[in-house]
Ligand binder design. Structure first.
Ligand SMILES: Nc1ncnc2c1ncn2[C@@H]1O[C@H](COP(=O)(O)OP(=O)(O)OP(=O)(O)O)[C@@H](O)[C@H]1O
Length: 591
């Protein structure tokens, strides 16, 4: 079948194409249905060839062998006071409790990932931490290990145990967790709970999860048996605190996974309520760990309210995507997306190995769009399922299960599935509808290319997506991906009219740490890995002059690769430094 192909605005002689009117004030492209088919077919076969290199389902779970090289080349920035040095190459070097180390071995984690190498010593030293590292690079363990180990050593010092139950006003017992881990979705909380339970196996620690959509009675019963580590979504937690079934007054560890999402407009009020108004010990009396793959500057500023004398750690530039993911952007107008998708899926199916199908995650913008697309795919012979916030929890879990086990190798999802989910063997992420926010794109494509494995991400770019073009181009360049010429054109034309925060964010286009304090408060008495004299956050001059260094630092017994920023980066910091002056998209389906 011949596919129409959108031809972008004319690119003349190095000049920048401006969007021209299709009719009155629209885009300047034209449709050339006949020309297209051959180049369209080329695109498809180009993509499908990639599947020969990708994993398909049924090849066993985490082997523990990570392609660490993929993570080693990224720059690391650490800033703050008296930064504890990282460990080198093994969990043996860490000060984690023995019981936990045994479980790490059981999980076949042979050596720590870079974020773990840096974050574990910092958190084990009792320091507050704001940490940013690429999707799939092992952040969950980076905050779980120090928490588990810390509670184990507290218990060793206080053999009667830390957690306690007491009678509450309503007659039920009140649970006093020592650690609270908050996450934005039910599925992610459940996943963190499963991971934490594996890491805490046979240590005597009790890990309990609470999230909405599941029966309250069951979760309360679990809480009544005692809890050391509570993993929760904010809504259900507030409910339990208000019912006086959970008290946060004994919290010693607070971790926010997907911390930028948790402090974004959709959640901030609820998180402030939990952290600041529900009897939780204040910063300084508890340890707070914030993790994400993205951390916009304005959210960093909000987050600093929850922290005390914290260390900022970034492995890879904040918000960058991993080079493990091959990214492709296709120009596809809305009316053609279904056919384009169908061709992609056909081509993948043809290339599945040993009859096994690669798992494909398709992101759409709306819940209705997810249902409609899933229905259409199923009617056209593709075993597909859908997940979004309007489905009841049982349906959500069923959808995820049948996707994971390959019964329905296509999952159509809203952003409810964009963050944190660690689904093995997702070979392809398709952004059927691109998100409005580049950070959401980073998280979505991060469902593939995890733990050192390669992955493929295809985005359908339509005229509605012009506002994200600039940020997308910068992200692709940063991840050493091919940038189609037409996308560069859109990027240049869109950047003239669009001054939104998220587009500006990539204006510098350079790797480098992005601790917002470096831009705003030159302080004394601080150090960082790449500060050789140990006396201060990066001052502005550092950013103006630094290029690329390997800075040996005898105190840490190693050399820390650092690629510094530049004036553009500094300007980017200024732009981002303002109050919440951009339209934050609150995607549907968050819990
Ligand atoms: N040291 C390690 N050795 C082997 N596998 C590891 C190690 N650390 C983590 N993993 C595995 O890597 C995968 C990704 O880890 P994790 O889900 O923590 O990533 P993440 O950084 O939190 O990603 P996201 O940003 O998407 O939330 C998981 O399957 C985890 O079991």
């Amino acid at each position: 079948m011949s596919q129409p192909r959108y031809v972008p605005p004319h690119r003349g002689n190095g000049s920048v194409a401006r969007p021209r009117g299709r009719g009155n004030g629209g885009f300047g492209g034209r449709w050339f249905p006949d020309q297209v088919s051959s180049s369209f077919r080329n695109d498809i076969s180009d993509i499908s060839e990639k599947f020969d290199e990708l994993e398909v389902i049924g090849e066993g779970e985490n082997s523990g062998v990570i392609n660490f090289d993929a993570y080693e080349s990224v720059p690391v920035e650490v800033s703050g006071n008296n930064v504890p040095p990282p460990v080198n190459n093994s969990f043996g070097e860490t000060e984690l409790e023995e019981g936990l180390k045994r479980n790490i071995e059981r999980c076949k984690y042979v050596k720590p990932t870079p974020i773990q190498r840096h974050a574990i010593p910092i958190a084990s030293a009792g320091r507050d931490l704001m940490a940013c590292a690429q999707t799939g690079s092992g952040k969950t363990a980076a905050f779980c290990f120090p928490i588990i180990s810390g509670i184990l050593s507290l218990k060793a010092r206080s053999p009667s145990g830390l957690y306690s139950m007491s009678r509450g006003g309503g007659g039920g017992s009140v649970a006093y967790p020592t650690a609270l881990i908050l996450a934005p979705t039910r599925e992610l909380s459940s996943q963190i709970h499963d991971e934490a339970k594996k890491f805490a196996y046979q240590t005597g620690l009790k890990v309990v999860v609470c999230y909405g959509g599941a029966p309250v009675s069951h979760q309360l019963r679990n809480l009544e048996r005692g809890v050391d580590i509570l993993v929760a979504t904010p809504g259900r937690l507030v409910d339990f605190i208000e019912r006086e079934r959970v008290s946060l007054s004994k919290i010693k560890y607070l971790a926010l996974d997907e911390a930028d999402r948790m402090l974004d407009m959709g959640f901030e009020r609820q998180i402030r309520k939990i952290v600041q108004q529900m009897n939780m010990p204040p910063p300084g009396s508890r340890q707070t760990l914030l993790f994400s793959a993205t951390f916009p500057t304005d959210i960093q500023k909000l987050a600093s309210d929850f922290l005390s004398d914290y260390i900022f750690l970034s492995v890879g530039r904040v918000g960058s995507s991993t080079e493990l993911i091959q990214q492709k952007v296709e120009l596809v107008e809305d009316a053609d997306k279904r056919n384009y998708l169908m061709n992609l899926l056909h081509s993948q199916r043809a290339r599945g190995l040993n009859g096994k199908k690669p798992l494909t995650l398709v992101f759409v913008e709306t819940k209705r769009g997810a249902d409609n697309l899933q229905f259409w795919l199923s009617r056209n012979g593709f075993a597909a399922t859908a997940i979004h916030g309007d489905k009841v929890q049982m349906e959500r879990e069923r959808a995820l299960r049948s996707f994971k086990n390959g019964d329905t190798p296509v999952l159509v999802a809203t952003d409810v599935a964009s963050r944190g989910l660690d689904i093995p063997h997702v070979a392809h992420v398709i952004n059927f509808d691109l998100p409005k926010d580049i950070d959401d794109y980073v998280h979505r494509i991060g469902r593939t290319g995890r733990a050192g494995k390669s992955g493929l991400a295809t985005a359908f770019f339509s005229h509605q997506n012009v506002p994200i073009a600039k940020a997308l181009v910068a992200l692709l360049q940063e991840a050493k991906q091919e940038v189609p010429a037409w996308l560069s054109d859109y990027s240049q034309s869109s950047s003239q009219s669009d001054h939104s925060h998220r587009s500006q964010r990539y204006g510098g286009g350079k790797y480098g740490g992005r601790d917002f304090r470096n831009f705003t408060e030159p302080a004394v008495g601080n150090n960082s890995y790449f500060s050789t004299n140990g006396n201060g956050y990066h001052a502005m001059e550092t950013y103006n002059t630094a290029t690329s260094h390997d800075i040996p630092n005898a105190a840490f017994g190693g050399s820390y690769h650092y690629i510094g920023g530049n004036t553009d980066l500094y300007r980017g910091g200024e732009v981002e430094g303002g109050p919440l002056g951009y339209a934050t998209v609150v995607p549907s389906g968050w819990d």
